[in-house]
Design a protein around this ligand. Structure first.
Ligand SMILES: Cc1cc2nc3c(=O)[nH]c(=O)nc-3n(C[C@H](O)[C@H](O)[C@H](O)COP(=O)(O)OP(=O)(O)OC[C@H]3O[C@@H](n4cnc5c(N)ncnc54)[C@H](O)[C@@H]3O)c2cc1C
Length: 406
């Protein structure tokens, strides 16, 4: 077993580390929360275009896409250490590399299932970062951790299209002025078995009947750089057959396919978030003196630092093995390992970030350092792509299957 990165990954890793130091960290201040008294703008800061140009110039573009022609052609195992580095600045770096959710998941979905026309219309501009997109599954009125509950009505219309009526929320990215595409899951075949009831359609955000009702804040953060989180109403929105992604009635399977790699990308980035918090914590405890000696010399602090390091290393090995399994056996065969990291990654990152906040004293809760933002992001990732209970349920069921006697 070789733990060293291969030459291509190492080359990209060195380039990315330099890009982070020279461009991303210095730009972070421009992405900080705006004054709440100022009117909201969902435009991305101008510097994002410059960061993207520089990332492209350095060959750090679309690294998430395993396809050689359209993406960087990296395996998940190669991408993992790179995504980890971008997680150190989760509100800037992933988008600078065109590797940010939810666009990446949508691009993967289009790459796998779109028709040539759909690819040209939606995938090419997304790969080029000319537009952004949102994935609209979760609804305020039903428990959306069970995707078979999704209820937005997709009534068949003459000519093979659908008419959409209903409400979505937590549609990340939909508030960005660059968002042109809504990937919408709705109930098209209400009488079919639960996993054959849904269809996914590609809806232009400016389609008549689409109403962006409001932005949702998460612990007071509006996540502007991710394009916010929108509540959206669909009032008899008409789409033609060319808007249907894949086969009508197969939307549930498509949504599952979309979440596979997306989930592991979040987990990779969470390691970087934990590492950033860890560094900030170590810097702080060496500088701060209490009761006559630096905090770094207190036994309790040693315990926190050591436990954080153990947890991060365990998580990294777990994520890398999962990435390797997906590469070698496929996402379906790695389902248990994907569930396992989806449980452990946000929990571990949140634990480490929380300790780092604590070591900063009350100042750790302010926006003076990235810690509060990192904590809020990690907390949100315990819901995004399904809450941990659902992953525990699937993991436990799979484990128990081996012991079933009937
Ligand atoms: C930052 C962020 C970004 C998001 N982005 C998107 C997006 O882009 N697109 C999108 O469609 N959605 C998005 N979501 C929504 C997210 O996917 C849902 O919140 C999640 O799937 C849970 O659905 P729900 O909120 O309806 O919770 P519910 O389904 O109502 O569940 C509530 C709680 O019930 C418990 N629970 C559920 N099932 C079980 C079980 N089997 N056993 C035990 N307990 C259980 C869990 O504790 C769960 O948290 C985002 C969420 C966040 C926080």
């Amino acid at each position: 077993m070789d733990f060293a990165p291969d030459p291509r990954t190492e080359e990209l890793r060195v380039e990315l580390l330099a890009f982070m130091d020279e461009h991303v960290y210095p730009a972070e201040a421009q992405f900080e929360r705006r004054d709440p008294a100022q009117p909201f703008s969902w435009e991305r800061p101008k510097i994002m275009a410059e960061l993207q140009m520089e990332a492209r110039r350095r060959g750090l573009w679309n690294l998430f896409l395993p396809d050689h022609e359209r993406g960087a052609g990296l395996t998940n195992l190669q991408y993992a250490p790179l995504a980890e580095i971008t997680g150190r600045s989760p509100h800037v770096a992933p988008e600078a590399l065109n590797c940010a959710a939810p666009d990446t998941g949508n691009m993967e979905l289009l790459h796998l299932f779109a028709t040539p026309e759909q690819r040209e219309h939606w995938l090419e501009p997304l790969l080029d970062a000319r537009i952004r997109s949102a994935f609209c599954m979760t609804e305020p009125d039903v428990a959306s951790s069970d995707a078979s509950n999704i209820a937005l009505a997709m009534a068949p219309s003459p000519g093979g299209g659908f008419r959409l009526s209903g409400r979505k929320w937590w549609s990340t990215g939909a508030l960005s002025i660059d968002c042109a595409l809504l990937v919408v899951m709705g109930r098209s075949h209400p009488d079919a078995p639960p996993h054959k009831r849904h269809t996914i359609t590609l809806v232009p955000r400016n389609a008549p009947g689409v109403v962006i009702r409001r932005g949702l804040s998460a612990f007071g953060y509006w996540d502007e750089t991710h394009g916010g989180h929108a509540e959206i109403e669909f009032h008899d929105v008409e789409v033609g057959p060319e808007a249907v992604l894949g086969v009508p009635g197969h939307g549930f399977a498509l949504a599952q396919a979309r979440l596979g790699p997306g989930r592991i990308h979040h987990c990779m980035r969470l390691i970087g978030m934990a590492e950033r918090a860890f560094d900030l914590m170590c810097e702080r405890v060496t500088r701060r003196v209490a009761f006559g000696r630096p905090l770094a010399e207190q036994g309790v602090v040693h315990e926190v630092i050591a436990d954080s390091r153990v947890k991060i290393e365990q998580l990294r090995l777990q994520v890398l093995r999962c990435a390797w399994l997906i590469d070698t056996l496929g996402a379906k065969a790695a389902a248990s390992e994907i569930s396992a990291i989806k449980i452990s990654a946000p929990e571990t990152a949140q634990w480490v970030i929380d300790k780092a906040i604590h070591m900063h004293g009350a100042g750790g809760m302010t926006a003076d350092s990235p810690l509060a933002m990192l904590w809020a992001q990690a907390r949100g990732l315990r819901f995004a792509d399904g809450p941990e209970e659902v992953h525990r349920m699937s993991l436990a069921r799979r484990e128990l299957r081996r012991f079933q006697v009937h």
